[in-house]
Design a protein around this ligand. Structure first.
Ligand SMILES: NC(=O)C1=CN([C@@H]2O[C@H](COP(=O)(O)OP(=O)(O)OC[C@H]3O[C@@H](n4cnc5c(N)ncnc54)[C@H](O)[C@@H]3O)[C@@H](O)[C@H]2O)C=CC1
Ligand SMILES: O=C1[C@@H](O)[C@H](O)[C@@H](O)[C@H](O)[C@H]1O
Length: 336
């Protein structure tokens, strides 16, 4: 039998996930929808024959909802995730698990009180073939130890609702998580430097930013964050090892040559760039729900990334260029 999924807040990414589950993935079905905008929920639910619920609590408690997806905006995540945990239902929560470490700690407390793992966080880059190849290469020791990592995270445009701080908590959080995944260690400090501002961003936003992180073993990581580059969704990651470099290649399988030169397309958005990763991530989540054992990125991973974000946001608010320590609690045995 298919896993019957209820989705809370199907905006941009939520609708893309519904399309994946309905058209391309196996063993899952979206049967319930809710959104803070009921007319929007109705529009999303109708074509897939799903039921509409007035709020997250009603959807979570519905008898025919086996598992919950939370794709509302970050500040609304904690309430829905905790409700799902308290109802004993597996919950896939888009990143960030929550925008601050304090909210993530409350989610972890609820999950531990319930006594079993129910939460998977939507850190989809862990499922990307390029990042997996980098991780495997580092683990085989072919490049010696990693010393420095350069990252680029560009978006073409950010909306007016994208506020100061989100460059860290909503955007660079992908790099923060994937650096922990690749290097297998925690980040211990964060600093934000502010370069010259672009004229393409809304006035309330500092853009671009440079986030500089240091890990427990002293690997230095930089993340160039630019969410109004005007040209595309551009992601780079290059690890400098003791005996060589390894980097993500451009996302395209082909390179086109024409009278204007040689090149490839830049992805327009996260769906185009990471489609394969999203599909693997969601299929593994559906299968893990069916198997009764959740296996993807945990609440601890969501919390550990949020603590780094907290330090980065503090540096940003201190007008940048000041390093802040990342203070993690001791990892509970529950998440070992
Ligand atoms: N993994 C990835 O690459 C991506 C992850 N995301 C994450 O997904 C989440 C949603 O992002 P988008 O889809 O871009 O946002 P969006 O603004 O397009 O959609 C959010 C939806 O949630 C609804 N909503 C807001 N508060 C709600 C509440 N309290 N209860 C129910 N519904 C509520 C809104 O009405 C809207 O339909 C964010 O946490 C974002 O960081 C978004 C894009 C890509
Ligand atoms: O997760 C995502 C968005 O929420 C975020 O706002 C963008 O900056 C990221 O590129 C995208 O992958």
């Amino acid at each position: 039998m298919s896993v019957r999924i209820g989705i809370i807040g199907p905006g941009g990414i939520g609708r893309a996930h519904i399309a994946r589950i309905s058209d391309r993935l196996a063993r899952g079905r979206v049967v319930a929808v809710t959104d803070i905008d009921p007319a929007h929920a109705q529009r999303v639910a109708e074509p897939i024959g799903a039921a509409v619920y007035p709020d997250d609590a009603a959807l979570i408690d519905a008898d025919d909802v086996d598992a919950v997806m939370v794709t509302s905006f970050g500040p609304a995540h904690e309430g829905s995730v905790v409700r799902a945990i308290e109802a004993g239902k597996p919950v896939f929560c888009e990143k960030p698990l929550a925008p601050t470490a304090a909210e993530c700690l409350r989610i972890m407390d609820a999950e531990q009180r319930g006594g079993r793992r129910l939460v998977q966080v939507g850190f989809m880059r862990r499922y990307d073939a390029g990042y997996r190849e980098i991780k495997a290469t580092l683990e085989r020791g072919e490049l010696g130890a990693a010393l420095i990592v350069h990252n680029r995270h560009h978006n073409p445009h950010s909306p007016q609702t994208y506020l100061e701080g989100m460059s860290i908590t909503d955007t660079a959080i992908h790099e923060i998580d994937v650096m922990r995944f690749l290097l297998g260690e925690e980040i211990v400090s964060a600093r934000v430097d502010k370069p010259k501002r672009t004229t393409s961003a809304f006035a309330h936003l500092s853009d671009p930013l440079m986030l500089v992180l240091r890990t427990a073993s002293d690997v230095l990581i930089d993340v160039e964050i630019f969410v109004n580059n005007t040209y595309g969704y551009d992601i780079k990651c290059e690890v400098v090892g003791e005996r060589g470099l390894i980097a993500l290649s451009d996302q395209n399988a082909t390179v086109r040559t024409s009278p204007t030169g040689r090149g490839n397309r830049i992805a327009a958005d996260y769906n185009e760039r990471f489609e394969a990763a999203f599909e693997t991530e969601l299929q593994e989540w559906i299968d893990s729900v069916q198997a009764g054992e959740i296996v993807g990125p945990t609440s601890w991973d969501g919390y550990a990334a949020a603590v780094v974000c907290d330090a980065g946001v503090r540096s940003l608010r201190a007008h940048g260029s000041q390093e802040f320590t990342v203070d993690l609690i001791e990892k509970p045995a529950f998440y070992a």
